[in-house]
Design a protein around this ligand. Structure first.
Ligand code: ADP
Ligand code: MG
Length: 293
């Protein structure tokens, strides 16, 4: 369990985090969502005990400022920008990590499961960004920590790395780990998420289960490519935002119903594209929400 109470983080006069409070359970996956500069990395670094702050952060019953050694053992961390020594190999890096954590693991097996078996003895300076990210995932889970912190994990991963990450996430969930993931975009991991914390300019816009946001997420926009041109059109099942001879942009809670309605109206649809609500839209929605409270 992670509990954050009245967390405030200032850099000189600048307040990077303002009164953040939330609590997640042992087997929760938390998505920290917010635009660049909203305070995600700062929050994660506070939880890791790397920054001084005011307020209180506890992991289970450990106050993180009181027992930083145990905190290090409890958490596996993949930072946003990964800086391994360029001349070391993956094997050497993992070996060093094992020594630091006083553990013994089968490096070869772990590295292979991340698709790096062929390059285990190659200096990481020669790795691509995606490969370094994958190695960072290995390092983070090597000591089998209870809590995993991934800072913008999907920003730098290549396609193969993405698949590996999602597989890992699924496995960690099954093993009831506590997982924190930050992202500056609405990402395709929403399916894996239990709770969401939205930050905007260091302030907590929303914390809670996904459900409250789902309405907004479900009323999705679709671009429909048309084979026939349409003139004037009204829909019962959705809202037409704009259209021309080839395209129709429609917002609907139920795309199946909307397509049925269009077909009944003799509109010939070629293809369908989804436009998710943007992060800005969601933030606007939440701001509006807060104004009413
Ligand atoms: P995010 O990870 O959401 O992009 P950050 O936590 O990195 O945001 O940064 C939040 C804010 O704090 C930004 O405005 C950033 O410029 C500022 N900031 C981050 N680190 C420092 C620092 N060491 N000194 C001063 N300001 C900082
Ligand atoms: Mg960041």
């Amino acid at each position: 369990m992670i509990r954050v109470e009245n967390l405030v983080k200032k850099y000189d006069e600048f307040t990077a985090l303002e009164n953040i409070s939330f609590k997640i359970d042992r087997n929760d996956v938390l998505l920290i969502l917010g635009p660049n500069g909203s305070g995600k990395t700062t929050l994660l670094r506070c939880i890791l005990g790397l920054l001084r702050f005011s307020g209180r952060i506890t992991l289970g019953n450990i106050d993180i400022t009181k027992d930083i050694k145990r905190v290090k053992r409890l958490i596996g961390y993949v930072p946003q920008s990964i800086n391994f020594p360029r001349n070391m190999t993956a094997r050497e890096i993992l070996n060093l990590h094992d020594k630091l954590h006083e553990i013994e693991i089968n490096e070869e097996e772990l590295i292979s499961s991340f698709g790096l078996g062929d390059v285990v003895d190659v200096p990481v300076g020669e790795y691509s960004g995606g490969m370094r990210q994958r190695l960072a995932l290995c390092v983070a889970i090597a000591h089998d920590p209870e809590i995993l912190i991934f800072d913008e994990p999907l920003a730098n991963l290549d396609f193969e790395g993405r698949k590996i990450f999602l597989r890992l996430l699924n496995e960690l969930r099954k093993r009831e780990k506590t997982i924190l993931i930050s992202s500056h975009k609405i990402v395709d991991i929403l399916l894996y998420i239990d709770k969401i914390l939205m930050l905007s300019e260091g302030r907590q816009l929303y914390f809670g289960p996904l459900e409250r946001l789902v309405d907004r997420l479900r009323s999705m926009r679709f671009y429909l490519r048309l084979n026939t041109s349409i003139d004037r059109l009204q829909l019962k099942s959705g809202r037409i935002i704009t259209h021309n001879n080839q395209w129709l942009l429609v917002e609907t809670h139920n795309i199946v119903e909307t397509i049925g309605e269009l077909i009944r109206k003799h509109v010939d649809i070629g293809s369908i594209y989804v436009e998710e609500p943007s992060l800005d839209e969601l933030i606007g929605y939440l701001h509006g929400d807060n104004d009413h409270e």
